[in-house]
Design a binder for this molecule. Structure first.
Ligand code: EPU
Length: 341
């Protein structure tokens, strides 16, 4: 196999889609992705997954979208650094992937290196002698709740129903049942886009509703969490059951990306969409859930184009009927909502 030094690859050329020579450019670009892949594969640890054209729809909860030009599941900080530095040197965009619960993948896929924390090395749950708990970014929130309950740690119950992992919940400051992720965070370990590891105290971070500034361009590796108290396992389990029941009664079971829009200050996006008569509104197989209007569900074969059109339609109707401009909460992977709405 031909060895190529990633530092000599130079920046990737963007693919143009509106010129007569598109096939040539696409081929050339595919070759550059191949070159990067071949150059990096031997440098990564044996357990790291690293693939070309990895289908992403199955890695999301709404099951929509195309593939990643490059996809990696690094198993160590060293591999993560290598990938980030090589991507920065080659001008390749990097997109972190959590549990895919808050994401719409475009139908054409993503022109990027997608880095997932699915490797088991990122799923640690380690209670500390001082009462805090260290959790890896790849740990599922559901497992975090289960492990905390077993250890008699209370304060994490509200996270049970959020279908994400710790990394995604930190990045989005995910929330439910009146709490949000950063309520329980003491410190976050992250890696910057250029491969530097840092640990930031909560007090030094800029966190808001569904937003964490420090994780905008960095990837969370893990966090130190502080439970509110130690109690008995049964009491924690009972609280989890209360939240679970509430969620099951008020949110749809079909594939979705969670709530599509942020709640406007002092209001509920779900109520506004409902009051605008949009429950059941459909574009292709994308549908405004009849159970909770801020969820869009995939009835089988929805595409990202269907979903984007439905978002456009719902925003327009809510703007006309209620005078409120709804902002998407879910991420449109590798793109900006303002460019497609
Ligand atoms: N409502 C309606 N019609 C609907 C949906 C809701 O009238 O179709 C009303 C409800 O009756 C209630 C109010 O709107 O009076 C608020 O609804 P809900 O309690 O379901 O909460 P929400 O504000 O819609 C938020 C989070 C959810 C989280 C729930 C439960 C956002 C955008 N959503 O929903 O988070 O699970 O609270 O705590 O902040 C997510 O972010 O992806 C998400 C699902």
């Amino acid at each position: 196999m031909r060895r190529i030094d990633f530092l000599q690859l130079g920046p990737m050329k963007p693919v143009t889609s509106n010129s007569a020579d598109q096939p040539k450019l696409v081929t050339a670009s595919a070759q550059r992705w191949d070159e990067f892949h071949q150059a990096m594969r031997p440098r990564l640890g044996a357990t790291a997954k690293f693939t070309r054209e990895e289908p992403l729809a199955v890695k999301t909860t709404i099951r929509i979208g195309g593939s990643a030009r490059l996809y990696a599941e690094p198993g160590s900080v060293e591999d993560m650094c290598l990938l980030l530095r090589a991507a920065a040197a080659a001008g390749i965009a990097v997109l972190p992937l959590g549990r895919g619960s808050n994401l719409i993948i475009p139908d054409a896929g993503v022109e990027a290196l997608v880095i997932s924390m699915a490797h088991e090395n990122w799923a640690k749950f380690e209670p500390r002698p001082d009462g805090a708990v260290w959790v890896g970014a790849g740990l599922r929130l559901k497992n975090l709740c289960g492990l905390a309950a077993k250890a008699g740690l209370t304060g994490f119950e509200f996270l049970e129903g959020i279908p994400g992992n710790v990394g995604g919940a930190l990045r989005m400051n995910a929330g439910a049942m009146g709490g949000w992720m950063f309520d329980v965070v003491e410190a976050v370990q992250l890696i910057t886009a250029t491969g530097e590891c840092r640990t930031l105290d909560r007090a030094a971070m800029h966190v808001d509703y569904r937003h964490c500034a420090e994780l905008h361009d960095a990837i969370a590796l893990g966090a130190l969490l502080r439970p509110s108290a130690h109690t008995d396992t049964e009491a924690v389990g009972r609280q989890i059951d209360v939240y679970k029941k509430k969620r099951q009664e008020s949110q749809p079971r079909e594939p979705s990306a969670g709530c599509i829009f942020k709640n406007p200050p002092g209001n509920s996006a779900g109520r506004l969409i409902d009051q605008s008569g949009l429950k059941g509104e459909r574009v292709g197989d994308a549908e405004v859930s009849p159970i909770h209007a801020n969820f869009m569900v995939n009835r089988g074969a929805a595409t990202s184009a269907d979903l984007i059109e439905l978002v456009r339609r719902v925003r327009a109707r809510v703007r006309a009927a209620q005078g409120v401009e709804l902002e998407p909460e879910v991420l449109l992977y590798g793109q900006q909502w303002k460019d497609v709405l």
